[in-house]
Ligand binder design. Structure first.
Ligand SMILES: Nc1ncnc2c1ncn2[C@@H]1O[C@H](COP(=O)(O)OP(=O)(O)OP(=O)(O)O)[C@@H](O)[C@H]1O
Ligand SMILES: [Mg+2]
Length: 281
């Protein structure tokens, strides 16, 4: 039987972790990471998690606890110092092609128009790369359709610096998924946006995820965002990070921003807030 995470720890979750019928997509077992020489301080220690195929997981925890480090392991950008990282049934041995990432800073190339920014992964990732010349028009159409899908039909021929921060972040999301990744990693992608824009982008990401059914992992400091978007929220301890609490968010889909004001939603946010307060001590 598969679980989204190992059963927790010192405080049992109010809702038990539910057995999943879907296979595991991301699996970490007893992982440690150190950034310095062997023996230097660990960033992650005894970090174990399971994320099911097609699941939307959120990772929350104090600053510096190792959340971005976890994303580096899941994308293959960094190997663990000890322990195993399996993504899509294979032990991770280097950067994975079927991953898309979006960060707090949209990091668009200012000299490229938005359409060309979105197309960037198609120039790098196989099998798109080898078909770059032949399928150029198909690739352009693919990028253009995505910009339309996130509400930016007129941005294709504009430069990133001609757009607002929220619009740039939509372009960055298109770039993250244009190559149809099986795993989307979001590292505080919405945290620099104003509250209304952030809420709009939650809707955009939820719609993309429901339509395309990739596995998603969101790292965030915003517990409302985590509960709104995720199937499961994992709380990480302070450094060296490991998961101290995992909670299934049993709200119907598609979710609506008004649900945030339901008592059950608010209770879940408060409970997670308490777990993070404990983690910071
Ligand atoms: N390249 C690096 N070299 C040395 N130490 C690093 C490096 N990257 C991260 N660390 C350290 O590892 C720990 C975990 O870092 P990480 O960036 O994963 O934390 P985080 O949970 O993402 O923090 P934040 O919420 O502030 O983004 C931190 O204490 C950090 O200082
Ligand atoms: Mg980080």
């Amino acid at each position: 039987m598969l679980y989204v995470s190992k059963p927790p720890f010192d405080n049992p979750a109010p809702k038990p972790l539910m057995p999943l019928t879907r296979p595991t997509f991301v699996e970490m077992d007893d992982v440690s990471v150190t950034y310095g020489a062997v023996g230097s301080e660990l960033a992650l220690q005894a970090f174990s998690v399971r994320i099911a195929t097609g699941e939307f997981a959120a990772i929350v925890g104090p600053s510096g606890c190792g959340k971005s480090t976890f994303l580096k392991l899941a994308s293959g950008l960094r190997p663990p110092t000890a322990g195993g990282v399996i993504v899509g049934d294979k032990e991770v041995a280097g950067p994975l092609k079927f991953v898309g990432m979006a960060f707090q800073n949209p990091a668009l190339l200012p000299w490229r128009k938005c359409l060309e920014n979105v197309m960037l992964p198609l120039e790098i990732v196989e099998p798109f790369r080898s078909r770059k010349r032949r399928d150029r028009e198909l690739h352009r159409a693919r990028a253009r359709d995505l910009l339309k899908a996130v509400g930016l039909p007129d941005a294709a021929d504009r430069y990133p610096w001609q757009l607002s921060g929220g619009m740039q972040q939509r372009v960055a999301l298109c770039r993250a998924i244009v190559h149809d990744p099986r795993l989307l990693l979001l590292d505080e992608t919405f945290s620099a946006l104003d509250a209304f824009t952030r809420e709009e982008l939650w809707g955009v990401v939820q719609a993309l995820w429901l339509e395309r059914q990739f596995t998603a992992v969101l790292v965030t400091h915003d517990l409302t965002e985590a509960v709104y978007l995720a199937d499961t929220v994992h709380v990480v301890s302070s450094r060296p990070g490991h998961i101290i609490h995992s909670e299934v968010i049993d709200l119907p889909r598609p979710r609506d921003p008004r649900q945030r004001f339901d008592p059950g939603f608010a209770d879940t946010v408060l409970r997670l807030r308490q777990k993070i307060a404990e983690a910071r001590q």
